[in-house]
Design a binder for this molecule. Structure first.
Ligand SMILES: NC(=O)C1=CN([C@@H]2O[C@H](COP(=O)(O)OP(=O)(O)OC[C@H]3O[C@@H](n4cnc5c(N)ncnc54)[C@H](OP(=O)(O)O)[C@@H]3O)[C@@H](O)[C@H]2O)C=CC1
Ligand SMILES: CC(=O)[C@](C)(O)C(=O)O
Length: 350
């Protein structure tokens, strides 16, 4: 089943030219969308708290962070780049009261519309443009003339031109170069949650942590463990990204390829696949979304505990030291909640 895929040639910026786009939230996605859309020649305003790190970054980038309600009232298209857990409250308080006939409400993840924690009125378009990559990559790729593929969906077409506007937005953020896959909120949401929990972030993070623990608990130096389970990942992933598993296996040694087939299925076995299926069930039945919302309502207490424990894991400590000695990586560290490029001493670069 081939999914409909669009490119720059299949649309244009015209539906949004002369219109005002309000990007709500200048974080990972928002800072990329706002700058890419502006660099594409479109009119962009940004809503963010002006005094936070992201608010100050928006100002540094030439935007004037405004309150959400004001931005929504001025916009023709509202792009919701707020954290998923924050969206329902901000929607009720600042977005919904300022929506008007014919506006476009654009999400970058289907979470709240799919799980019905946001229920937009009938008189606005409701669409989604979800880049298939982290926000900082969305910006980097755009700056170097590339573009991160994106998913496009129309949940509600009040104006008869929802799709054209969403396509113009997707082209404006750079998605038209990599491919814009036409889908729906349910499929985007459930597959994205599965990917980030089971394979990309959750599964991968645990493999890195437990692989590091196995090697260091067996007495091997932390540095060797770090390079083996973490640093080399990019090299392998780049091969897979460029040519699939085939090309990666073509490029690695016979020894590694033999080990891939010999040991891989013992690590990720049928029982692992069943656990993946269970994770998908918890996504589909809404129990993950409920757990996420409940912890947010409890001040993200469990989330914050996990974040602190993971930040203290051994692979993070030795990793920082080693990355600082590789300036060509432009190593980044979180300092006071901000991502800053650091020098060999770990000091934030000017
Ligand atoms: N991160 C990613 O790569 C991806 C994210 N997405 C989706 O994009 C959306 C945004 O996520 P992400 O970019 O990670 O979010 P971030 O947490 O990186 O950024 C959120 C931004 O929203 C601002 N914000 C939070 N609360 C408010 C508020 N009440 N009023 C005004 N601004 C506020 C924050 O400002 P402040 O700094 O002041 O707190 C921050 O700048 C989500 O739907 C997510 O699922 C989709 C694909 C990938
Ligand atoms: C980058 C991306 O799309 C993720 C991992 O799903 C997310 O950050 O939400």
């Amino acid at each position: 089943m081939a999914i409909e895929t669009l490119y720059e040639k299949d649309g244009s910026l015209a539906p949004l030219q002369g219109k005002t786009i309000a990007v709500l939230g200048y974080g990972s996605q928002g800072h990329a969308h706002a700058q890419n859309l502006r660099d594409s020649g479109l009119t962009v305003i940004v809503a963010n708290r002006p005094d936070s790190a992201n608010g100050k970054l928006a100002s540094k980038h030439g935007f004037t962070p405004t309150p959400v309600a004001e931005a929504v009232s001025k916009a023709d298209l509202v792009s919701v780049c707020l954290p998923d857990e924050v969206q329902p409250g901000v929607y009720e308080q600042d977005i919904a009261p300022n929506l008007r006939d014919g506006q476009t409400l654009l999400f970058t993840h289907g979470f709240n519309v799919h799980f019905k924690t946001i229920d937009p009125p009938q008189n606005v378009d409701v669409v989604m443009v979800a880049p298939k990559g982290p926000g900082h990559t969305v910006r980097w790729e755009y700056e170097r003339g590339g573009g991160v593929p994106a998913l496009l969906a129309v949940h509600q077409d009040a104006t008869g031109s929802a799709r054209e506007k969403a396509l113009a937005y997707a082209i404006g953020v750079g998605g038209g170069k990599g491919g814009i896959l036409v889908t729906n909120f349910k499929d985007e949401c459930e597959t994205d949650l599965f990917g980030e929990q089971v394979v990309l972030c959750g599964g991968l993070s645990e493999s890195i942590k437990k692989g590091f623990e196995v090697l260091t608990e067996a007495g091997y130096p932390e540095e060797l463990a770090y390079f083996e389970v973490c640093h080399e990942l990019e090299l392998i992933i780049n091969l897979i990204k460029r040519g699939g598993l085939d090309y990666m296996r073509y490029s690695i040694s016979n020894t590694a390829e033999f080990g891939d087939y010999y040991t891989g299925p013992k690590i990720v076995d049928d029982a692992s696949k069943q656990r993946m299926k269970d994770a998908l069930t918890h996504i589909q039945d809404g129990s993950f979304a409920k757990a996420f919302r409940d912890d947010y309502a409890n001040g993200f207490a469990w989330f914050k505990k996990q974040r602190a424990e993971n930040a203290g894991h051994g692979v993070e400590g030795v990793g920082k030291e080693l990355r600082r000695m590789m300036p060509w990586l432009n190593p980044v560290e979180l300092q006071d909640g901000k991502a800053v490029e650091v020098d060999a001493d770990g000091a934030a670069k000017a």
